[in-house]
Design a protein around this ligand. Structure first.
Ligand code: MUC
Ligand code: MG
Length: 381
């Protein structure tokens, strides 16, 4: 069989407004910047991918602008002319030629997988071995910064049967204020909803111990990344001390992270994200190690738009165990989209698209409108 050569790779910065301010411990978001990747091969098949992070450099080591630079300057040249139908060989070449940069690599791995699945006329999940679920339970994050507004938002989403699990972003305010905020929301929602909290690394161990005792008493179901990502010993002590499960997020990116956290007993639950791990296939490698180490799995997000969220959904749909469901609600946080058909959320779940590849089509007009380099961008294909 003649190889199919990669002929062009484009990385496009796309700025989309959020439906409301989204407050996290380390930043307040009013918009989200997606890095959309288009990868073309000489058989005419194009694959798309997305690299996205939160708040510039506030969340991780890569910014959207840095990802575009890394792709344009270093990663794309490594791939041009390579066999587009061999995703593992292409990704191995990137690994050998560029350290780290897992978010940027995730967009490229997604685009390669999307193109190859389209080429074979199968879905991305099928290419990854097959979906064991086509509906993924998806929570919603309450992060308006206002307790009563958060309760009203949760009540509406429960009534619409869109979400029945809510993650509260805390760690920005004093601990006593955070505990009051969470307790008020959990009391209002009662047994009708699960409530989890994400501290985004904001506490030290002593503060975390005090806060978690109160949150556990308030009926919180899960505590996400209470300590800085490097404090694995502290995380292990918290996991041993409390019954409420502790989830590793920022601390867990690679299979090696999963192995080390597992050996330490540092986390009960593993937050998986394609962007942290380097792509839909890469996240599965991390997931299998975490699973083998006895951690329950959770399908996380870096608040990607539709392309990144659906890529993650395809990967998570193949996992035999996904005890904590997902948080792939990113597209719902954005007022606009750059795909022709937006992902469907129904009965507390995200539905996996069924078409070839990701099952998504870029909306060229929307993309042209929201791309940051509008006016100077190359003409649409
Ligand atoms: C994170 O740290 O988990 C996921 C949901 C959300 O609101 O923020 C993200 C990031
Ligand atoms: Mg988190």
């Amino acid at each position: 069989m003649t190889p199919v050569r990669i002929t062009a790779i484009e990385a496009i910065l796309v700025d989309l407004p959020t439906i409301r301010a989204h407050q996290l411990a380390m930043t307040v978001m009013h918009r989200q910047t997606l890095v959309i990747v288009r990868l073309l091969a000489d058989d005419g098949i194009e694959g798309i991918g997305e690299a996205t992070t939160i708040g510039g450099l506030a969340y991780g080591d890569e910014s959207p602008e840095g990802m575009k630079l890394a792709i344009d300057t270093y990663l794309a040249p490594l791939l041009i002319g390579q066999d587009a139908s061999n995703v593992h060989a292409a990704m191995q070449r990137l690994e050998a030629g560029a350290r780290g940069n897992r978010c940027a690599k995730s967009a490229l791995e997604t685009a390669l997988l999307d193109a190859q699945a389209r080429r074979l006329d199968v879905s991305l999940a099928t290419l990854l071995g097959g979906a064991v679920r086509t509906r993924l339970p998806t929570l919603w994050t309450l992060a308006s910064g206002d307790t009563e507004r958060d309760i009203a938002e949760a009540e509406q989403l429960l009534a619409e049967r869109r979400h029945d699990t809510f993650k509260l972003k805390i760690g920005r305010r004093a601990i006593a204020d955070d505990v009051r905020h969470v307790t008020r929301i959990k009391t209002a929602l009662g047994d009708r909803a699960r409530v989890t909290v994400d501290v985004n690394q904001a506490w030290n161990e002593a503060d975390a111990a005090r806060a978690i005792a109160n949150l556990e008493a308030a009926g919180v179901d899960l505590i996400e990344q209470p300590l800085p990502r490097d404090d694995r010993a502290g995380l292990a002590r918290l996991a041993a001390r409390f019954v409420v499960p502790i989830m590793a997020d920022e601390a867990l990116c690679t299979p090696q992270d999963a192995f080390d956290l597992g050996c330490r007993g540092a986390a009960d639950v593993a937050a998986l994200k394609i962007a942290k791990s380097g792509g839909p296939y890469a996240v599965l490698r991390t997931a299998f190690v975490a699973d083998a180490a006895g951690m329950a799995l959770y399908g996380g997000t870096l608040l990607e738009g539709s392309v990144g969220s659906i890529a993650a959904a395809h990967a998570f749909s193949t996992l035999p165990r996904l005890a904590w469901g997902t948080e792939l609600f990113g597209p719902l946080l954005l007022t606009e989209d750059i795909v022709t058909e937006r992902p469907v959320y129904r009965e507390f779940c995200l539905e996996l698209p069924q078409g070839p590849g990701l099952g998504l089509t870029l909306d060229e007009d929307k993309l042209a409108h929201y791309r940051r380099d509008k006016g100077t961008a190359p003409a649409a294909r």
